[in-house]
Design a protein around this ligand. Sequence first.
Ligand code: NAD
Length: 479
Amino acid sequence: MLLNLISNQWTPSGSPESTPVFNPSRGVEIARCPVGTAGDVDAAVAAARAALPEWSQTPPGDRARILFRYKALLEEKFQEIALLICREHGKTLVEAQGDLRRGLDVVDMACGIPSLLMGQKLGQVARNIDGEAERFPVGVCAGITPYNFPAMIPLWMFPMALACGNTFLFKPSPKVPLTAARLVELFVEAGLPPGVLNLVHGGVETVHAILDHPGIQAVSFVGSTPVAREVYRRGTANGKRVQAAGGAKNFMIVMPDADMELAADAILSSSFGCSGQRCMAGSVAVVAGRAAEPITEKLRELAQTMSVGATDEGAPVGMGPVIDAVALDRVQRYLSLGDQQRVEMLVDGRRHARPDEGYFVGPSIVAGVAADSGLLRDEVFGPVLTLLREEDLDAAIALANTSPYGNGAVIYTRSGGAARKFARNVNCGMIGVNIGVPAPMALFPFAGWNESFFGDLHVQGNEGIQFYTRTKVTLTRWS
Ligand code: NAD
């Protein structure tokens, strides 16, 4: 049974109940994660509150020194952590390395906290009065993360929150708690004082205890839209600052003048990378005008030849399993829906299913999908690409804008005018031009819109720093 980390001590949860952690490549249990209790949250908040006065007064340069040591440890243990991600998540080794590398980018940025936190000053803002604005930590922060990026998403949160002088309670996904525990353990090894970063395992009840706890000032959440909406509602109703990122349905538009080789490779990696379990996965490709035939053939050929297999030992396969039996069942249900709706199954990933060995389903491409089909509207969160045809760019943009989500959209074209029109008119926060996924980059906010984000300040970049700090303005007159 996994342990919580409270005040730098590994501590058992108050709950005897637990959920299984699987190796999705084999379908076997590899650990058990406690379901958690309100008492666990209370203990972590007490530790974080006790550590706050000293940590928030620690000079940013001293906090940065611990972050530099953390970065060095993450680099040193890079391969070990990547393999842990392969084992408990099912990503390929390359995907797992990407997951950790993107998280490390945030640690790199947080190492610059002394400069990032510098305030503003205007002498003589009024007659004989000087004004200055300074950023202060918000207090005890909490982070609640999904299963699909075991390293990157936790690292969006606590390195920057701690760099800003807050203390933290981290509740990882119970599906991937092993990577979470290792990330926290290494931060402690880097020199974090007790109580600054606390780990509490658990599920729904633990999340509710976090949202209701009066000792927590800010909550960062990433997960599915229904949960994100509720976390935002409940957290803000309890007076907390909340940023809650949700699910997505991302459109990719292929123009007739696109480089078809580039577009096909990019769509393939966007739709089937991480077995389609990315909030930025492209799940609908809209082919405008006469682009249809060349790209369809190319995609079919590439998807059919993609290798699918176990990733737990870092084997060089094209695609691994999905996370668990529930996810496998969901993907298969959407493909059965396609059968019922008589869509055109250009590639059927069910031929890779081997439920006795692990949670495998190969890449699927469906076409001829009706406007109200779940294959077009819902987040499948698996390796299923829906292919559609539209007359022209305007029609393709209008279709993309019918989605209630707003994480990302991509265009493939050689026309600057088409790219500009697309970027300015598509109704979402992350835009790609001739790339696979407009991935979250540490230096920019990860700017989901609509039903993909609830809150005001996004994770990462300058908005991340603003979320984890509050501004104090001082006006001074000396006679
Ligand atoms: P999830 O919503 O099931 O779980 C996320 C977290 O919430 C976990 O820690 C989980 O324990 C907790 N949780 C689950 N159900 C809850 C409930 N009813 N009440 C309170 N807490 C609950 O998400 P998941 O399946 O782990 O992750 C996949 C989802 O996350 C997808 O929808 C994906 O698009 C989304 N996601 C979004 C982003 C983004 O930045 N927008 C990034 C990654 C993943």
